[in-house]
Design a protein around this ligand. Structure first.
Ligand SMILES: *[C@@H]1O[C@H](CO)[C@@H](O)[C@H](O)[C@H]1NC(C)=O
Ligand SMILES: *[C@@H]1O[C@H](CO)[C@@H](O)[C@H](O)[C@H]1NC(C)=O
Ligand SMILES: *[C@@H]1O[C@H](CO)[C@@H](O)[C@H](O)[C@H]1NC(C)=O
Ligand SMILES: *[C@@H]1O[C@H](CO)[C@@H](O)[C@H](O)[C@H]1NC(C)=O
Length: 585
C-alpha cells in the first residue's frame, strides 16, 4: 500500500509516508519485544524513573520561557517527547496527585481536599506504582509522590503501591518553621527564603536529601544482581513555597532583569467565585508585613518581582537536583533502558490575573510541564551519546539560555490522567481499558488515554529532519486525538473567603468545571452537593469564556456578552458531556 501511494503521489508526501511506515515498524517491533519480555527472561524490562515536581509550571528553558535557567530538564526534554499542552485535573497537590496516580478524575476519586483516602472513600482503584509492583517491579517512592497524610492512608499507600516504605526527607519538617534569615539578622517563617544551607536545621534541605537518597538507591540497584526492573518515583518539593533554596541560585536572576506578569490584573468580567485569595502566602511573615488587604489588595510591584525572582531561583535549584539524579541514572548504566517521565502536579500564578497561588481554573495553573523519554524512540539519534551529563546550573548560568536543543514535541491537548496508561503501554504491561460509566465499581481502568501513538508520531516527525514542515502541526483539529481537556475546582462560597483556596469536602457548595479546547477555555461554576458528590448544571453561579486565539492570557471573560450566547451554549453542552465524549472516536 505504501508503494502504491508512492508511485501515485508527489515525492515529498511519499518520503514522509515511507519514513513513517518504517518508523512505525521499528516502534512496533520495539513495543512487541517489550511486551514479550515476561517470557524472555534474558531481556530486561525497562525501568521507570518517575519525576514529579511540586507546583512547577512550565517555566523552563525547554518551554521557551526565556528567563528561567533549567539546563538539566532541558537536556531531558531534548531526548523526550515534550507535551506543550498538558493539563491537570485539579489545581492542588493532593487531588491532582491522587488523580494522575490512579488515572481517575476528582469526581471519581471524590478527593477535592486533603481529607480522604480513595480506596476506602471512593473505590479500590489500582494505582500506577501498584500496577508495576504487581507486574514484578521493585517500586519505591522518594519525597512527595502521593500527597502525604490521609489522602494516601498516612503511609503513601504502602504496601499496595510500594515494595518498601516511602522515604521522606527529614528536613521537610521545617516547612513552616522560622528558618529564613531576614535583614534584621533574625529568622522568620518567610515566603522568600534564600539560605546558606550549612546554617539550616540538620545542615540540609528536602530536595538535597531526596536527590542524594535517589542516587544511593540507583547505586544499590546497580549492585543488585537480581535484574528486577525498578519503578523509582522521586518527588521534588520545590518550587512549592516557601521559596527556600541555596542562596547562590538567586544570583542567576538580578532583580532589575525581572518583569511583572504581562497581565497583572483581574480579568475583565471575572466572577468573584473564580478568584483565589492565596491565603498560603498571607500567612508568611514577609508577606504579612506588606498589609495586602483581603482578598483583592495590590501586592507592591517590587515584591511581585521578588516573588518571581525567587520562584525562578527555586526552579533552577530543583533543576540542579534533577540533574544529579539523571546523571546517576546514566553512571549506573540504566539510561538506555529506563523510561523517564517528568511532570508538575499543577501550575502556579506569578501575578497573572493578580493571582499568586494555584487553586484556580486559569490556564496558567491547569497547565503543567510533561515530558516522556523512551529510549530508542524519543532519542533515536542520540542512543550512543552520553545522554545526561550533569549541567552545573550555577556555573553555566545565562550562557545556557542560548543552547537549548529541541527534541520531539507535541501540541496535542493531553491530561495528567493520560500518564498511567502511557507508562503501562510503553513498559509492555497490561493496558488499561477505558473506565465504564459505573467507574467506581471497576478497580483497573483509565479515565485518560495512552499517549504512546502521539509520542511515536512526534518522534518520527522530529528526527526526520528533512520533513520539518510537519514539525509543529501534528495535532491540529483533524488529529485523531482528544478535542478537549478538563479540570475542576471547588469553592465554599460565591465571594472569596479565607477557605476559598481549599474548602473541606463538607463545605463545598460550588464546583467550577473548566474545559480547554483548541480555541477556547470555558468554565462554569455550578451548585455542588458534597454529600452525594453531584453537580447541578441547572444551578449556574457564573460562566467564563476566553477566546484563546485572540486572548491567550485569558484577560477578558466574554461569557456574559450576548454576542457569544450561541458559543456559550455549545461549550456548555460539551463541558457537560465531559471527557468521554472528547476521547478520540
Ligand atoms: C484493595 O485491593 C487490594 C488488592 O488489590 C486489597 O489488598 C486491599 O485490601 C483492598 N483495599 C480495600 C480498602 O478494599
Ligand atoms: C502595615 O500596617 C502596620 C500597622 O498598621 C504599619 O505599622 C506598617 O507601617 C504598615 N506597613 C506597610 C508596608 O504599609
Ligand atoms: C545498555 O548499555 C550497557 C552498557 O552501559 C550495555 O551493556 C547494554 O547492552 C545496553 N542495553 C541496551 C538495551 O542497549
Ligand atoms: C539525526 O539523524 C539524521 C540522520 O541520520 C541526521 O541527518 C541529523 O543531523 C541527526 N540530528 C541530530 C540532532 O543529531
Amino acid at each position: 500500500m505504501s508503494i502504491a501511494f508512492c508511485l501515485g503521489g508527489d515525492m515529498m508526501n511519499c518520503n514522509v509516508f515511507v519514513v513513517l511506515f518504517i518508523w512505525l515498524s521499528v516502534i512496533q517491533s520495539t513495543l512487541s519485544v517489550v511486551s514479550s519480555l515476561k517470557t524472555e527472561a534474558s531481556i530486561k524490562r525497562p525501568n521507570v524513573l518517575f519525576l514529579v515536581i511540586d507546583d512547577l509550571r512550565p517555566a523552563l528553558g525547554c518551554y521557551d520561557y526565556p528567563k528561567v535557567i533549567s539546563p538539566n530538564i532541558d537536556q531531558l526534554a531534548s531526548r523526550s517527547v515534550l507535551f506543550e499542552n498538558a493539563h491537570v485535573q485539579q489545581t492542588v497537590c493532593g487531588p491532582s496527585r491522587t488523580s494522575f496516580l490512579t488515572s481517575r478524575r476528582p469526581d471519581t476519586t471524590r478527593l477535592y481536599d486533603f481529607g480522604s483516602y480513595w480506596r476506602t472513600h471512593a473505590g479500590n482503584f489500582t494505582s500506577l506504582p501498584q500496577h508495576f509492583k504487581e507486574n514484578g517491579y521493585f517500586t519505591y517512592s522518594i519525597g512527595k509522590v502521593f500527597h502525604p497524610g490521609i489522602c494516601s492512608n498516612h503511609n503513601d499507600d504502602y504496601p499496595l503501591s510500594w515494595s518498601k516504605p516511602a522515604y521522606h526527607p527529614s528536613t521537610q519538617a521545617y516547612m513552616m518553621a522560622k528558618v529564613c534569615p531576614d535583614a534584621d539578622g533574625k529568622r522568620y517563617m518567610n515566603l522568600l527564603c534564600p539560605v546558606d544551607v550549612s546554617t539550616q536545621p540538620e545542615g540540609s534541605l528536602p530536595d538535597i536529601q531526596s536527590s542524594e537518597h535517589a542516587v544511593d538507591m540507583l547505586k544499590e540497584f546497580q549492585a543488585d544482581s537480581s535484574e528486577q526492573p525498578f519503578f523509582l518515583a522521586v518527588g521534588f518539593h520545590k518550587p512549592h513555597l516557601p521559596f527556600k533554596f541555596p542562596k547562590d541560585f538567586l544570583k542567576l536572576y538580578p532583580l532589575e532583569e525581572i518583569d511583572l506578569a504581562p497581565n497583572p490584573f483581574k480579568p475583565i468580567g471575572l466572577p468573584d467565585v473564580a478568584f483565589s485569595p492565596y491565603h498560603r502566602l498571607r500567612i508568611r511573615h514577609d508577606f504579612e508585613l506588606l498589609n495586602v488587604s483581603f482578598p483583592y489588595g495590590h501586592v507592591p510591584d517590587t515584591f511581585q518581582k521578588r516573588i518571581r525572582q525567587h520562584y525562578y531561583s527555586s526552579v533552577s535549584y530543583t533543576d540542579s537536583r534533577v540533574g544529579i539524579v539523571l546523571n546517576q541514572l546514566e553512571d549506573s548504566g540504566f539510561a538506555n533502558n529506563t523510561i523517564i517521565v517528568l511532570l508538575g502536579d499543577h501550575g502556579w500564578s506569578l501575578g497573572e490575573h493578580a493571582e499568586w497561588c494555584k487553586n484556580e481554573n486559569f490556564e496558567v495553573v491547569t497547565r503543567i510541564p510533561l515530558m516522556v523519554h523512551m529510549p530508542g524512540m524519543t532519542d533515536i539519534n542520540l542512543t550512543n551519546e552520553k545522554k545526561f551529563p550533569f549541567q552545573d546550573v550555577l556555573k553555566s548560568g545565562s550562557s545556557q539560555r542560548h543552547k537549548i536543543e529541541r527534541g520531539p514535541r507535541s501540541t496535542a491537548l493531553v491530561e495528567a490522567v493520560d500518564v498511567f496508561p502511557t507508562l503501562a503501554e510503553l513498559a509492555g504491561l497490561k493496558v488499561l481499558p477505558t473506565c465504564p460509566l459505573d467507574t467506581l465499581k471497576v478497580d483497573f481502568c483509565t479515565e485518560g488515554a495512552s499517549l504512546s501513538k502521539l509520542m511515536m508520531k512526534s518522534a518520527q516527525e522530529t528526527y526526520n529532519k528533512e520533513e520539518q514542515f510537519l514539525y509543529n502541526d501534528m495535532s491540529g483539529d483533524n488529529e485523531d486525538w482528544k478535542d478537549a481537556v478538563f479540570s475542576q475546582y471547588p469553592r465554599p462560597s460565591v465571594h472569596p473567603q479565607w477557605s476559598s483556596d481549599l474548602p473541606d469536602l463538607k463545605d463545598i457548595k460550588i464546583m467550577g468545571y473548566t474545559m480547554r479546547t483548541r480555541h477556547h477555555r470555558y468554565t462554569e461554576w455550578v451548585a455542588f452537593n458534597p454529600a452525594t458528590f453531584q453537580a447541578d448544571f441547572n444551578s449556574v453561579y457564573a460562566r467564563e469564556l476566553y477566546l484563546r486565539d485572540s486572548d491567550p492570557l485569558e484577560v477578558y471573560n466574554v461569557g456574559n456578552l450576548p454576542m457569544y450566547e450561541d458559543l456559550v451554549m455549545k461549550m456548555r453542552k460539551k463541558l457537560i458531556a465531559g471527557w468521554r465524549e472528547a476521547l478520540p472516536k
